[in-house]
Design a protein around this ligand. Sequence first.
Ligand SMILES: Nc1ncnc2c1ncn2[C@@H]1O[C@H](COP(=O)(O)OP(=O)(O)O)[C@@H](O)[C@H]1O
Ligand SMILES: [Mg+2]
Length: 237
Amino acid sequence: MSDGLEVADLNAYYGTSHILFGIALEVRAGECVCLLGRNGVGKSTTLKSIMGLVAHRTGTVSFDGHDLIGLAPHQIARLGLGYAPDERLIFPDLTVRDNLEIAVKPAARAGLEPWTIERIYALFPKLAELDGRAGGYLSGGEQQMLTVGRALMGNPALLLLDEPVEGLAPVVVQELTRQIEHLKDTGLAILFAEQNLAFAARVAERAYIIEGGRVRYAGRLEDLEQQPEVKRQYLMV
Ligand SMILES: Nc1ncnc2c1ncn2[C@@H]1O[C@H](COP(=O)(O)OP(=O)(O)O)[C@@H](O)[C@H]1O
Ligand SMILES: [Mg+2]
């Protein structure tokens, strides 16, 4: 039994459309890894397939030795995976606090401090100020913080983040970058989808570049600097 996430030969389909072709990747305990690639290449589908949100998927997805293929999203969450979707599905009529309260709360993982609303507010001070505000009145950045906060309330050991800074103003991106770095320091493993190489390189050590539903490059982000051809072919730079 090994620690962390292992994906091998993952195929995913929407209806009759074959979207992922044999994706293989791994995220070890405490690691921060990026799924890089342009729009429409299969990053979100990969995260959703790991989380059990794509009904038709085949291959191997295991976490801490548990087979996730065939499990429902709530069962996968209980095994230690958290997911912050790109659509930032917060409840517009509930307050910030209630959006956090409503999250599932499995027991904390060994070695990781359990999350409470107070601890979420310490990480995201803006949310503390907005405690009683309805979710529908938050800015994009505040909604993103709330989405991440809600995923953290499930006490994950691995957090899946789908384009966490997309569409946010540069100053908010900087703030979220610091907060994600803080999360890494707590020992949480993170797998995030991203289109922008610069942001990816700021927070992740390794990346998988996806294109056409396949992994085209796997390696350290700093080594990509010596791979202009890979960057030109698969990334927006
Ligand atoms: N619910 C869906 N039904 C059918 N096709 C979809 C659905 N979601 C995404 N796709 C298609 O799957 C491909 C990969 O999409 P996605 O994983 O969202 O890419 P990315 O996150 O990299 O932008 C795209 O061609 C997209 O149009
Ligand atoms: Mg996406």
